[in-house]
Design a protein around this ligand. Structure first.
Ligand SMILES: [Zn+2]
Length: 234
């Protein structure tokens, strides 16, 4: 299968579903992962232009550890709007390029607006990619694709409908997250958060809920024709 995971910021996918993507990759599936925003404001000291380049390199390193092809649409942080037609078309082009069997993105309700707007953009793009007259570089995709919402920040207000056992890929998830060194500093400065410890804790918490050591939780988007007759998550 082709798996497409789109987060808002450069580290979101690793943090929220990196163990699942690594598990997919180990099973031989093709993984496409990346972000809509470039991470331009996530630091107190490094200027935005320099930070964008650093975060791009960190994200590429994280994707490499997971075994994924990486992309970044490059919108500035705090400007992600689902009503932006140009941005929607850029996400549509990513869907048409990746030809996914499964799309993963943020939960519609999360801790910040950029994440929530990303959720709406990606869910919408997974439909709009099938529309011929919405022209992008690639031709329209030939089918609707199921969408899964990944864990919210620290698991707040998120009750999974599906779990993935990541006990054998938790180390890959944490190694990929460790690539985001500028973000580890920012989250400590801005949120007093130890990012890696938080990821391990949430994964252990979800694992406890489903009877394994470490897990990631997901919610299935229940729109028309967005269902499959077999389990898609690994
Ligand atoms: Zn984020």
């Amino acid at each position: 299968m082709n798996i497409l995971a789109i987060g808002c910021h450069p580290d979101d996918v690793e943090g929220c579903c990196g163990g699942t993507l690594a598990k997919f990759a180990k099973q031989g599936h093709q993984i496409f992962m990346g972000s809509i925003a470039n991470g331009s404001v996530g630091h107190r000291v490094i200027p935005s232009d320099e930070l964008k380049q650093i975060r791009l390199e960190e994200a590429r390193a994280g994707a490499k550890i997971i075994g994924a092809q990486h992309f970044c649409i490059g919108a500035d942080d705090l400007t992600v709007e689902a009503s932006n037609m140009d941005l929607l078309k850029e996400v549509v082009e990513i869907v048409r390029w990746a030809k996914p069997d499964l799309v993963i993105t943020h939960n519609p309700q999360d801790y910040m607006r950029d994440h929530e707007q990303t959720s709406e953009l990606v869910t919408s793009a997974a439909f709009c990619a099938t529309v011929h007259h919405l022209a992008t570089k690639s031709l329209e995709y030939d089918r609707f694709v199921p969408v899964y919402y990944m864990e919210t920040a620290a698991g707040v207000d998120f009750c999974p409908t599906d779990y993935v056992d990541i006990s054998d890929t938790i180390d890959i998830k944490l190694a990929a997250a460790t690539c985001h060194k500028s973000q580890l500093t920012w989250l400590k400065d801005h949120d007093d958060m130890d990012f890696l410890e938080t990821l391990r804790m949430i994964s252990r918490f979800r694992g406890n809920q489903c009877g394994v050591l470490y897990a990631e939780g997901f919610r299935h988007y229940s729109g028309w024709q967005r269902f499959a007759t077999k389990r898609l998550l690994p």
